[in-house]
Design a protein around this ligand. Structure first.
Ligand code: DGT
Ligand code: CA
Ligand code: ZN
Length: 647
């Protein structure tokens, strides 16, 4: 797949043959086909490359065997020309000249345009030939100026699609969501760990701190100095590398792509409404073909804890630590913590020969007279002060989770029935499950009418009695995810709402709310919380990470109002929507909610059995938001929760 900016032919692995893998060859054939099309080549020729690529990607046998036996041409879909090119690449590590020329001579701006969803090489060539468009910026300008609409085969709709596609591409290229970063990071960390000479490999940076989105991966390695060169070489031979941006003996800079995942790369479950909000199939396509950058640093084992701490960050946290070191006559850098008088004029790794010893990161904090701060908290939002005074929170972990409240069934837009969802929760060792299907107004999500809701209540009652009778420690709580209507009204009459255990009030008219001012939205949300039947505010801002911003709202104000309601004896909580696409309430606000005494409900918003596992993402963000066991509803037993709901 495409690197961040342009395409390039992969470099041969150091110890071939085979110098390239089947998936690398398949990718290159595809790219050659597309480049030919961009250059207006004969369609038959173009197609032979695209077909060849498809043939190889579906092949289960070892490509190298065909190459060395000379039987490549026997494979249907691989012609003579292709076979000779593939053989040259695999056996000699050398790409055919005509292929290499295509990569070199095709303007990189045209290749970049291929990243725009739903825009193929043929149309790019047309716009290049007729409008002189050379890159994405020029294409955007041409579309905005209405120059595309009058072209043959285009129109107003396709012009708008191009504008939307460019916006999507820009948004997407900026960062990747945490769950994607973790998948790449953990997979690559595991591959590197297997390289002989690697004593330790650890993911650092924003991924280790569990930021909601990831710019690039940072991986720190402990390797003896005399093995640095060999290890670097081995790293370059690993699978999953789309491009090498730089490689020295102590630092390797890579672009990773989905070939890292030998068993394929599938997006997590994403519910239709989220997908729709981000750009539908186009987004899915873009995301599943996406890349991520990785910076790998090699240091000697005695530097490792310092380098790990440095590249874990955040910058703000590092600066505070460095200042603290200076106050103690010490210098902190990425290699050590060095007493001033010993460092003298020395800098960096030179100075670090006089570093205080650290076996792990905890030793570094100890040297600075601080308790150990877990990576999630290293954002300079009060953790240094708490580490000094001994007031760091005892963060929740997944083992504290006994259930979750916001889940859908086939009654609205879920993929699994009530019984299936309950059984999955029992399998997961949970003690209870909250069901909250969409309310009647949300027609696109098959919102539930009052009669069906009451019928679901009866079924739940029956199941609960059954479990009680046969001694199964499990209970379902019946709620609903009610649309927020004008004036903070909920979607059912009071007598219906009164039959429920809990009501999650969610704004779904996002377009309207996003177009409205912050003051009005804040007032409306507070009114929603004041509604006596509202228990939990669902996905509070409606944001979709890397998709769209939430609506403008003063969430601090909403949290303060919620705290007041709680002080007046009402039962109110705020959702931390655990879908990796949302992670809303933001972790920065979780800490504020905790300080105000507003409970957080970690909600998977599951639309399928697998969706229940999203709770894990929620736990990570709740930890980042300083939350302890007592701050979340999920840690309550069924009896405690029942008592909590009845106020
Ligand atoms: P990202 O990649 O944008 O999601 O965020 P990070 O936090 O991974 O940032 P990145 O990749 O630029 O750098 C990794 C860590 O390296 C960062 O969290 C702290 C450390 N670092 C980078 N630049 C500086 C710097 O100028 N000063 C200090 N003190 N630390 C830095
Ligand atoms: Ca990073
Ligand atoms: Zn929901």
């Amino acid at each position: 797949m495409a690197g961040a900016n342009s395409w390039s032919l992969p470099k041969p692995r150091p110890n071939g043959p085979p110098f390239f893998s089947r998936s690398q060859i398949s990718t290159v054939l595809h790219q050659v086909g597309v480049l030919l099309e961009l250059n207006g080549a004969n369609p038959f020729r173009t197609r032979s490359y695209l077909n060849g690529s498809r043939t190889l990607s579906a092949m289960t046998n070892d490509l190298y065997e065909y190459v060395s036996n000379g039987t490549l041409v026997d494979i249907k879909g691989i012609g003579k020309g292709l076979a000779s090119g593939i053989t040259q690449a695999v056996e000699e590590g050398d790409w055919p000249k005509s292929w290499a020329e295509l990569f070199e001579t095709t303007p990189s701006g045209l290749i970049e345009m291929l990243g725009i969803p739903n825009l193929g090489p043929k149309r790019i060539k047309m716009m290049h030939d007729e409008l002189g468009v050379e890159n994405i910026a020029e294409l955007a300008a041409a579309a905005e100026a209405g120059l595309i609409e009058p072209m043959k085969g285009f129109g107003k709709k396709s012009q708008q699609k191009i504008i939307d596609g460019i916006e999507l591409l820009h948004r997407f290229h900026a960062r990747r969501r945490l769950n994607i970063g973790q998948r790449y990071g953990e997979a690559f960390e595991a591959l590197i760990s297997g390289i002989p000479g690697v004593i330790k490999a650890q993911l650092a940076g924003s991924t280790r701190r569990r930021k909601e989105t990831i710019g690039d991966l940072d991986i720190v390695l402990a390797v003896d100095l005399d093995r640095h060169e060999a290890v670097t070489k081995s790293i370059l031979g690993l699978q999953g590398i789309a491009d090498v941006k730089g490689a020295g003996d102590s630092k390797v800079s890579l672009i990773l792509d989905t070939s890292l995942f030998s068993d394929g790369f599938q997006l997590g479950h994403i519910d239709a409404q989220v997908l729709d909000a981000i750009g539908g199939d186009a987004y899915e396509q873009l995301e599943s073909g996406g890349t991520i950058d990785a910076q790998i640093r090699l240091v000697e084992p005695h530097h490792f804890p310092y380098t790990l701490a440095y590249f874990t960050g955040s910058v703000e946290h590092n600066i505070r630590l460095r200042k603290r070191a200076i106050e103690r006559g010490l210098r902190l850098n990425e290699f050590g913590l060095i007493p001033d008088e010993k460092a003298g004029g020395l800098k960096g790794i030179e100075a670090a020969q006089y570093s205080l010893l650290a076996n792990d990161e905890a030793d570094i904090y100890r040297h600075l007279e601080l308790n150990y701060v877990v990576p999630e908290l290293r954002e300079d939002t009060g953790e240094i002060e708490a580490a000094e005074s001994g007031d760091l929170p005892e963060l929740i972990s997944y083992s504290n989770i006994r259930g979750a409240l916001h889940n859908h069934t086939t009654l609205s837009d879920g993929a699994a029935s009530l019984e299936q969802m309950a059984n999955a929760a029992i399998q997961m060792g949970w003690s209870w499950l909250g069901i909250s299907d969409h309310s009647q107004s949300l027609k696109v999500a098959n919102g539930v009418g009052p009669d069906a809701l009451l019928a679901q209540g009866k079924l739940i009652h029956r199941l609960n009695q059954q479990w009680d009778k046969d001694g199964t420690d499990f209970r379902i709580f019946q709620g609903v995810e009610s649309d927020v209507l004008a004036g903070g009204k909920l979607d059912y009459s009071d007598d219906i709402l009164a039959t429920l255990d809990h009501v999650i009030a969610s704004v779904h008219a996002i377009t309207k709310w996003r177009a409205r001012d912050e003051v009005t939205n804040t007032e409306e949300l507070i009114k929603t919380m004041e509604n006596p039947y509202t228990t939990i505010l669902g996905h509070p801002t409606g944001r979709i990470l890397q998709g769209r911003d939430g609506f403008p709202v003063d969430m601090h104000e909403v949290l303060r109002a919620t705290a007041e309601l709680i002080n007046d004896g009402h039962t109110k909580a705020i959702e931390l929507n655990a879908s990796p696409y949302r992670l809303d309430l933001d972790w920065r606000l979780c800490k504020y909610a905790k300080e105000l005494g507003v409970p957080i409900s970690i909600n998977p918003d599951a639309h399928s059995l697998a969706g229940l596992f999203d709770v894990h993402h929620g736990v990570q963000i709740a930890r980042k938001g300083w939350l302890e066991k007592g701050d979340i509803l999920n840690s309550k037993s069924a009896d405690e929760l029942s008592a909590y709901f009845s106020g």
